[in-house]
Design a protein around this ligand. Sequence first.
Ligand code: MFK
Ligand code: FAD
Length: 510
Amino acid sequence: TETLFQEQPETGNQYLEDTLLRSYLKTHLPPKVLEEVHQDLERFGNRLLTKIQPLGWECELNPPVFRQYDAWGRRVDHIHTCSAWRRMKEISAEEGLIAEAYERRYSNWSRLYQAVKLYLFSSSSGGFSCPLAMTDGAAKVIESLGIPGSLKNAFSRLTSRDPEKFWTSGQWMTERRGGSDVANGTETVAREQPDGTYRLYGFKWFTSAADSDVTLTLARIADAEGQCTQGSRGLSLFFLRVRDEEGKLNSIQVQRLKDKLGTRQMATAELWLQGARAELISAEGRGVAAISNMLNITRIHNVISAVASMRRMISLSRDYARKRLAFGKLLKDHPLHMQTIARMEVQVRGAFLLLMEIVRLLGLAETNLASEQDQLLLRLLIPVAKLYTGKQASAVAVEAMESFGGQGYMEDTGLPVMLRDTLVLSIWEGTTNILSLDVLRSLTKSQGQVMAAFLSTVQKKLELASGTEELAPGVQRTREAIGSLQEFMAAAGSEQALTMELAARDFSYS
Ligand code: MFK
Ligand code: FAD
């Protein structure tokens, strides 16, 4: 007798199938922008399905390999990446995955459009979203410095659509003594050279996408006696090229590649800086403040990755429910199974709309169209969204995995890869607690104004929603949450700093 095989879960054109994304674009974009964007996204969705997704899987199967010595014993420190990974770099340029945000062809909507392309790209990218996040962050820092002459070339390459010219950037912050507490953990020293450049000496403990062309990094400038200022005020921001034209490392040695739980498609290295030539790009002692522009962009990319991986897992799960039989009927006809999927769907929809709101605000800020309220809201929402979706994505991935039964646990379905890769989203770019503290930082620095902006925005939305009967329970719950938040805000002023920290953390989860 013939055995029947289970049909595998699949997704089609992810843009066309994403009804929430399409209705969001339809309601928000001006019609002319929508028309152009729609065409491009439909085409991109097909390219993702037919060309890019298989390349992403190739990246997973061919992780980077590190070769420290050549056959004759010479130190070469070569990080070999697969051809699919290198192709991803070309595709990223061709698709304008960074360029779109900086060309601003669609004014304030360009940032949102870029984010949508990145969202569609993310779960097919074979980890290439990681260097793109840092490239975007580096471009943002350089732009916010006014694109100084010495960085013009770098900026045009980081934002290029030409695969021959396109550069990616790293972000080397973490050292052995501190990834969260960069201000006290950074031991790297910068020594000024007669020509005004610097040489950096130190050890960078985590450097992802170490095959990148350039990087931004932090170091302490040594004075004439070789002394450095400690703490945050001692840190300055540097730009450097990782390799020269011939591909020779810039006085850098690769100690090894990290052996990671996930994100195995991309090389995360430990690097010795042994006099790497670098350019000082912030004011002395303003390194942390200057790199914050990068952090806020890479944290948004983290949200994009979180939402994208939830979307992919749930879409596959929904498709599987249409194909898998149990107890004589398809999974989709089992109400209990559908309740599980519906709960996940609600999670991803909420996260998606939060992401859209953030990139909408960022687009306004970048085209000088943001009100003061918009800017305050953006400052608050970035850490909140990063900390919330970072944790949410792995919880949803675990739930989604179970929805495939035992097959969800099988490597060659590709599902475990997605689970592994979501687990890092709450660690890198600031852990959950560090981001909770960043929420507090935004509160204290703005003297509570970020929360006032948040509350008045929610109040406005509540007023709009209160006429709709189906929304009544949600409106009521939100009113209660707002009430306790207002009470907390009133109490926080008189509390000890520690109590306030803990209370803020509880709030961020609720
Ligand atoms: C797929 C998507 C993701 C791709 C990932 C790529 C691979 C992974 C790459 C990484 O993981 S890179 C490393 C990421 N590392 C972190 O996120 C560091 C986590 N630690 C923090 O965020 C700490 O809060 C921080 C290092 C920023 C604390 O530093 P300080 O110097 O002790 O903080 P301080 O003194 O409060 O702030 C210094 C200045 O920076 C202040 O400005 P002013 O001097 O003008 O007052 C702050 O306001 C400003 N600042 C800090 N955080 C800010 C900020 N400004 C705006 N936004 C922020 N978030
Ligand atoms: P620690 O700072 O030692 O934190 C340990 C624990 O203490 C955490 O749970 C943290 O939340 C908690 N904690 C610390 N301080 C506080 C506090 N004040 N209050 C409450 N809790 C606190 N870094 C880069 O710079 N560039 C990269 O390219 C890069 N790539 C990475 C790739 C991967 C796969 C991973 C896993 C990490 C990467 N990182 C990179 C490093 C990452 O950013 C750090 O690991 C992260 O910021 C945490 O720093 P840490 O490891 O030093 O942990």
